[in-house]
Design a protein around this ligand. Structure first.
Ligand code: ACO
Length: 326
């Protein structure tokens, strides 16, 4: 069976940072509350003149440079994002144009915080059926543009950024990205949603009180996230006849440090196996997993043969996992 091996990673964070101390000045909140409830200390925030497609392009250029692959040799670009600067075209097409990846076909996947894992699963399927040999998978978002900065329940949680991975087809059995598992539950769509500029109810179309901002029922989302992230991990392992001890590293979606700790506890996995950067970057939605992947890769954390579990959860609801043998 053909799989897809990650041969390059890259990431990009906007220069501007907003610390908990900055938020304390404008919101009824405290560094102590934010750190103890979420693990977040600061977040990077996209500037007015910066664009989502540029963040994605910078991350992609770093990944291509590490891979030693030219943009013109890419067959596919797939981007997980819900915050393109324009409604269309796809961010993936803008990235393609920026890179000059003229042979590739390019499109976006809208799975919010699970966008990178869904996009990776898409790319893997093209590799497996022989349609592509070299692909670029990106997760990028600027959820800070969807926030009401006076709403302390969400303003503290999010940051912006981009992460990318370059994949090449590989015929070595069980190597590379070898298994992906995706789930959705649209019955729970109203736990996290962004009605958009018009501020309309997603089903009825009626104008919402309180306008256009991201809304989240944090408490309920927390509980579903913990149980489904644990379930999808067990499902991925069972499908591959693997035990929990065979996972070397977990790269979880960075939404809340307490969610990550609770998943580890539920699975009986030591905290040291979970790679976490939420303190510095907060929840960057689709960029969360590939930013952490790139940071750890550049710190040379992964040895050949290590098993990585990526697991994501977010609005949709949509969640998923990917297993990778490095
Ligand atoms: N500072 C101080 N107090 C606050 C803040 C704040 N920033 N925010 C809320 N509070 C208060 C509340 O008003 C409440 O006060 P009360 O008890 O007087 O009513 C109290 O703190 C507790 O509020 P909870 O909402 O119950 O706090 P909780 O411990 O659940 O933490 C949080 C909230 C951090 C949002 C958590 O629920 C969470 O992380 N949820 C999951 C988020 C997630 O996984 N999202 C998925 C991905 S996002 C996406 O897909 C776009």
């Amino acid at each position: 069976m053909i799989t897809a091996k990650i041969v390059g990673t890259g990431s990009w964070l906007p220069k501007k940072t907003v610390t908990n101390a900055d938020l304390e000045k404008v919101l009824d909140t405290s560094d102590e509350w934010i750190v103890s409830r979420t693990g977040i200390r600061q977040r990077h925030v996209i500037g007015e003149q910066e664009t989502v497609s540029n963040m994605a392009t910078y991350a992609a250029q770093r990944a291509l440079s590490m891979a030693g692959i030219k943009a013109q040799d890419l067959d596919l670009i797939v981007v997980g994002t819900v915050t393109g600067d324009v409604e269309f075209p796809a961010v993936a097409c803008l990235v393609q144009g920026n890179l000059g990846a003229s042979r590739a076909f390019a499109y976006d996947v809208r799975a919010v915080c699970s966008g990178f894992v869904f996009a990776l699963s898409n790319a893997l399927a093209y590799h497996q059926c022989g349609r592509v040999k070299r692909s670029l998978v990106i997760g990028v978002d600027a959820l800070t543009r969807t926030l009401d900065w006076t709403d302390r329940s969400v303003a503290i949680l999010f940051g912006d950024g981009a992460g990318a991975a370059v994949l090449v087809s590989d015929e070595e059995e069980g190597h590379g990205v070898f298994s992906t598992h995706l789930r959705s539950d649209g019955a729970l769509w109203d736990l996290i949603y962004y009605p958009g500029e018009e501020g309309r109810h997603p089903c009825s179309g009626v104008k919402l009180e309180g306008g256009r901002f991201l809304r989240m029922c944090g408490n309920k989302t927390f509980k579903v996230a913990v149980s489904e992230l644990a379930n999808i991990t067990l499902e991925a392992l069972a499908a591959n006849h693997m035990g929990i001890d065979e996972i070397t590293w977990v790269i979880p979606h960075q939404a809340n440090r307490r969610i990550i700790d609770a998943v580890g506890k539920r699975l009986g996995m030591p905290a040291e196996k979970f790679l976490v950067n939420i303190d510095r970057v907060a929840n960057t939605s689709a960029a969360s997993i590939p930013i952490m992947l790139d940071e750890a890769n550049r710190q040379q954390k992964f040895a050949s043969g290590d098993v990585l579990l990526l697991c994501a959860f977010g609005s949709g609801l949509a969640w998923g996992a990917a297993l990778i043998r490095w």
